[in-house]
Ligand binder design. Structure first.
Ligand code: NIG
Ligand code: FE
Length: 411
């Protein structure tokens, strides 16, 4: 059998946002071409630098003038597997109740826990798939999904298995994070230590052994878990060889950013209350700052994260939806990018880097997020004239098509 030496596919006459640091905004190539083979990019550069006739180079050739190609988007922080919704809390908050008040009164995360515990794995999948599909329609090819609405071994397992099945059903890459320390389940009231032990000594090792855990997360907050409790979990995760990340400083400063940085964490997420010390610790450790403007918006927050300090200290910034039923029922990563610009003053280029290369880094993935030979062929092709349009249009559908590992994603 002779092997066809040609690339599988070649797109011609496209703009490329390579996001390489080549001195040009977005690492842009205006009259570009991109070809791939066996799931990897073989060429990304100016059409004029192609080393031959397109049909000699590739089996399938398409010319797509009027489009821009970016790396496939990476949503690096979601809680999209859950049952039911919390629209009633939205109404309560509009009437003046705060997120913390609702949580302390037995609503909030715990109300999603009740609904999620009552749902089978199939039911969780059925309710969650449309949310994942909504993200795909906006160019997402890699998706992180957290557990944390089960808070008991079987329910956490069902959530993580449903998350894996979403990846299989949709043909996209799903990375899971175990968020057992999300809230104290009501049956452990007054027995915090026992719950932390259950999470660290029973749930985490067994779920990790089932290969359901790609990273370990916690909610370090007054209504969540203390820095000491978080540290117990991180010690265990590190012993198991699992990377850590943290919901840090969303509502108050418990020193979470510095803590997760100390454990070489992949990311610290939210960060509205992060101090300069926290920013410095993240810079030293290479921990990514994941900004979540959807939660900031929905909670009508007024204190943005310290974006200037992140820039000054060269802390990479990512942007994610935080898609969850309580604080961020946000079904579009592109809209999160726009909000990061309008609410947090990121530039559109920073927002795009935040939803691609820096988001990949927040998941520990170095093989995607830029358009360069050797990278995975994860691409989003957009019907836009100018790259800032990705952040400028509020809603609407700009995506023409997307590719994951060189295979067309079915939308
Ligand atoms: O990232 N803060 C903790 N976790 C979610 C909220 C989850 C919920 O309210 O259901 C967040 O905002
Ligand atoms: Fe979150």
């Amino acid at each position: 059998m002779t092997v066809d030496p040609r690339w599988d596919h070649l797109l011609l006459d496209v703009g490329l946002a390579t996001l390489l640091d080549n001195g040009v905004p977005y690492g842009a190539v205006e009259h570009g071409a991109i070809g791939w083979r066996d799931g990897r990019i073989a060429f990304a550069g100016p059409v004029t630098e192609l080393a031959g006739e397109p049909h000699e180079l590739a089996r399938h050739v398409e010319s797509l003038p009027g489009t821009w190609v970016t790396p496939g988007l990476v949503d690096c922080h979601t809680h999209l597997v859950f049952a039911s919704d919390r629209a009633q809390e939205f109404e309560q908050r509009l009437e003046g109740a705060s997120y913390e008040e609702i949580a302390r009164a037995g609503g909030g995360i715990v109300s999603s826990v009740r609904a999620t515990r009552a749902a089978s794995e199939d039911e969780l999948l059925r309710q969650s798939l449309p949310r994942a599909k909504a993200l795909l329609a906006d160019g997402v090819t890699t998706l992180e999904i957290k557990s944390g609405y089960g808070l008991e071994p079987d329910a956490e397992r069902r959530m993580l298995r449903a998350a894996r099945r979403i990846g299989e059903e949709l043909g996209i890459d799903v990375r899971t994070s175990f968020l057992g320390l999300h809230a104290l389940p009501p049956e452990y009231a007054g027995r915090r230590d026992d719950y932390v032990s259950l999470v660290c000594d029973i749930m985490l090792p067994s779920l990790a052994a089932e290969e359901l855990v790609d990273a370990v997360d916690a909610f370090c907050e007054g209504i969540g878990f203390t820095a000491e409790e978080t540290e117990r979990l991180f010690t265990k995760a590190t012993a198991l060889g699992l990377p850590v990340k943290l919901h840090a400083e969303q509502l108050s400063d418990l020193g979470g950013a510095a803590l997760v940085a100390h454990y070489g964490g992949l990311s610290a997420d939210h960060l509205e209350w992060t101090s300069d010390d926290g920013v410095r610790a993240m810079a030293e450790a290479g921990t990514v700052a994941v900004l979540l403007p959807g939660a900031y918006y929905a909670l009508r927050d007024t204190r943005p994260p310290p974006v200037d300090a992140f820039r000054r200290h060269n802390v990479p910034m990512a942007v994610a939806t935080d898609l969850n039923p309580g604080t961020s029922p946000l079904l579009s990563l592109r809209l999160a990018m726009g909000m990061a610009c309008t609410l947090f003053r990121l530039t559109p280029e920073e927002a795009l880097r935040g939803a691609t290369v820096n988001a990949a880094r927040a998941l520990g993935l170095a093989d995607r997020g830029t358009l360069a030979a050797g990278q995975r062929a994860d691409l989003a092709v957009w019907n836009i004239r100018h790259l800032p349009e990705l952040c400028y249009w509020i809603g609407g559908n700009l995506l023409r098509e997307s590719w994951l590992g060189g295979e067309r994603v079915l939308l």
